[in-house]
Design a protein around this ligand. Structure first.
Ligand SMILES: [Zn+2]
Length: 254
């Protein structure tokens, strides 16, 4: 049996509602609602050390307008609550390149970032000649990414990969071309950190794909995969549901 892991969710910031956060919700009826949006770093602790999933965001790498009012707390302060020193983190899995998942990379100065090759090639490829797409990866991110590539701090993977025993990357695409989820062995069975395959529990429980995607069919299939991979539906974790946080900034989810 693969070893068990524990999982913490760490909320570095919170948007006041879907619309202001630029997140398209799963269903039209939720567009106008005041629904808070948490921005989360996941910490997975196991015998092979700490693996971080996503870096959330860094205020210097997003627009001032987007960062405004999100009650940002620097990740080192929050992660200290669970005894994780960011200088010691060796591995960060990036579910996808959206600003609220990747631009916090500077908080992890020694880490190697594990990214699907399809994700990297999309955001650095010929489609970036379209300004709409290009502006989604903020201007300061691209040179930083180039630098990390040159330093050997980016590991590109293709498809499903076992990172450590009990910790598996699942490439699903849909939301972005190289979106990946993380399947984690825990004492309660297999859990899945879904990334933006699911913003909320409602996406999962009603099998409603999120409103932002590059491939709708893959988004639908990805939800299925999250729910069939997790030992039970309560072990599939969406990325932007405030219910996860139980009113706290740092919470052990399993
Ligand atoms: Zn996203």
């Amino acid at each position: 049996m693969p070893p068990n892991h524990t999982i913490h969710a760490v909320m570095v910031g919170m948007g006041e509602n879907w619309r202001r956060s630029g997140i398209m919700p799963c269903v039209r009826s939720e567009i106008g609602r005041d629904k808070p949006v948490p921005y989360i770093i996941w910490s997975i602790e196991g015998p092979d050390g700490v693996v971080i999933v996503d870096t959330a965001y860094h205020p210097d790498y997003v627009t001032a307008e987007w960062a405004e009012g999100k009650m940002f707390i620097e990740p080192p302060t929050l992660m200290a609550e669970i005894g994780v020193k960011l200088d010691d983190v060796k591995t960060v899995v990036v579910t996808h390149f959206h600003v609220d998942h990747f631009t916090g990379f500077d908080f992890f100065p020694k880490a190697r970032f594990v990214i699907q090759r399809a994700e990297y090639e999309f955001w650095t490829g010929p489609l970036m000649c379209h300004e709409y797409l290009n502006k989604l990866i903020r201007p300061k991110v691209r040179p930083a990414l180039d630098r990390m590539m040159q330093e050997g701090r980016v590991r590109l993977v293709d498809g499903d990969v076992e990172l450590h025993p009990g910790l598996e990357l699942l490439r699903v695409g849909g939301h972005t071309p190289g979106s990946q989820m993380i399947a984690v062995q825990t004492s309660l069975g297999k859990a899945v950190i879904c990334g933006d395959v699911a913003y909320t529990y409602r996406n999962l429980h009603e099998r409603l794909p999120v409103g932002w995607y590059t491939n709708l069919a893959d988004s639908v299939v990805a939800l299925d995969r999250a729910l069939t991979t997790a030992t039970n539906p309560s072990l599939a974790y969406p990325n932007h549901d405030l219910g996860l946080m139980q009113g706290k900034r740092v919470v052990r989810v399993i």
